[in-house]
Design a protein around this ligand. Structure first.
Ligand code: ADP
Length: 212
């Protein structure tokens, strides 16, 4: 399968580096959908599908879902009508094996790497909260002040199960162990660009937009 389209972006970075946030902004800017493999997983689980049941424990415990499942989910999603002019992928490839396998069908136009240190990553993950119904994201401080009703869709704002301390550390360890080598993998290509994810949201966005 060869994917047509102008912008096929991949975002790589540790948890809390702002991948999801930048993906949303870039999606509006470029008019292409954001595809988050984590979101695809959580949606299967929330809908109680057969696939959701298979992957529930991996996701809840902050472990990686088996490559074949993730790859199949993503291939299906990028074949949807709305992704034919391009897409922004948040959360894939997460292992060198996934990156190698994707060589024959993903063809990214840019690989965007967001870098932050573990201290900032843990801080951001510990405080992040998200709506269960829409993609609204906020912080624990916001919820303490304004309550847990989503200002966008009136859904409920919660803390993700894998944003609890034990799973946070596990996911970060996993990032260093298996995802960081993916950056080495793409380094050999011209498409990779690195950014400092510790900067403010608009600054990071402007830096990325500048290279597109
Ligand atoms: P984070 O990057 O903060 O861990 P995500 O929303 O990207 O959050 O992913 C949540 C979970 O979804 C992961 O911990 C993992 O269980 C599963 N997942 C997402 N993408 C992949 C992938 N490419 N390979 C394997 N598992 C994945």
């Amino acid at each position: 399968m060869m994917i047509e389209g102008q912008h096929r972006l991949i975002l790589i970075g540790p948890q809390g580096s702002g991948k999801g946030t930048q993906a949303e902004l870039l999606s509006v800017y470029l008019q292409v959908p954001t595809i988050s493999t984590g979101q695809l997983c959580r949606s299967e689980i929330a809908h109680g599908t057969e696939l959701g049941k298979q992957i529930e424990n991996f996701v809840k415990n902050g472990e990686l879902v088996p490559d074949e499942i993730i790859t199949a989910m993503l291939k299906k999603r990028i074949s949807d009508y709305d992704a034919q002019d391009g897409f922004i992928i948040d959360g894939f490839p997460r292992t060198v094996a996934q990156a190698e396998e994707a060589q024959s069908w993903l063809h990214p136009t840019k690989v965007i790497v967001l870098e932050i240190n573990d201290r900032v990553a843990v801080q951001r993950m510990t405080s992040r909260r998200a709506c269960t119904q829409c993609r609204f994201k906020t912080t624990a401080e916001y919820v303490a002040k304004h309550g847990d009703e989503c200002p966008r869709c009136f859904g409920k704002i919660i803390q993700r199960q894998d944003d609890l301390p034990e799973a946070i550390q596990k996911r970060l360890d996993m990032y260093h162990l298996v995802t960081q080598p993916v950056i080495e993998f793409y380094k050999k290509t011209d498409e990779m660009e690195r950014f400092n994810g510790a900067l403010s949201i608009p600054l990071v966005f402007m830096e990325i937009a500048h290279v597109l």
